[in-house]
Design a protein around this ligand. Sequence first.
Ligand code: ATR
Length: 288
Amino acid sequence: MIDAYTRLYGIIGNPVRHSLSPAIHNGVFERMGVNAAYVAFEVSNLADAMAGVRALGVQGLSVTVPFKEEVIPFLDALEPTAEKIGAVNTIASEAGRLVGYNTDWFGAIEALQEKAELEGKMVLLLGAGGAARAIAFGLRQKGSRVAIWNRSPEKAKVLSEEMGCLHIPQLSAIDIPPDIIINATSAGMWPHTSQSPLPQSYLNSKMLVMDIVYTPLNTRLIREAEGQGCSVIDGLEMLAHQAVRQFEIWTGMKPSATQIKEDLRRALESRNRPIHTQWEGRFSRGDS
Ligand code: ATR
């Protein structure tokens, strides 16, 4: 029940109405008996929004597109990992100071480690945006060899140099066939569901393929990977695991990832039919 002691949490982004984070965190608050509520803030003026967060004592925020980098100057401190990645997806109010964290890398790595050992593996990472930055960082921490391809090659080159990865200007330029392929681009995300970031002929049954897009869950890449006999990880996995870590940062309590995944699948199913009309072109990936 919401009362005078209820602590407020939320997500800032634009667009943000597609977000499944309210479903995740309100579900966990209720199950774990925390007197807190989580709402979505569609922000157009970030400076005003952050002043409001401070003035009203908002306890914690998730941060999504397009604010993950832009929000950094409004914070009092950055946890070292968020600093190294250069992006924040979680803010906690700690004794009145706003501290920035990144849990995207953790979410991706947890999701991958449920299916594979990462040390020494050859990973092809598609994309060079905020999510790809976090995933590249996590993979390097785990000792994977990482090759990065991006539609705009110069961004992949910069990211590769920063994270100690290999930059591949064309997909055909990779020498060793990857053990793992990760789509951290928006290709395949609604409404561009007929897109895949790479040709099906690139895939073989020994590969593990992860897509961070979750609208739809069953992206063309995931369908084609399954068709080739690959193991697959859909976009819900990273979303659930990054939220587990986020909740832990805010409350010190660790929720069940399995339960969050069940909640998410239910939330997605209930939106399933109206999804394309209701969301009016708003789409999402496993990082928010
Ligand atoms: P986020 O911070 O969530 O990762 P982003 O920084 O906007 O979002 O990054 C989006 C990524 O998806 C980029 O790598 C982008 O490629 P560009 O750098 O060339 O823009 C990639 N991307 C978006 N649409 C794509 C498409 N249709 N095909 C391939 N890559 C795409």
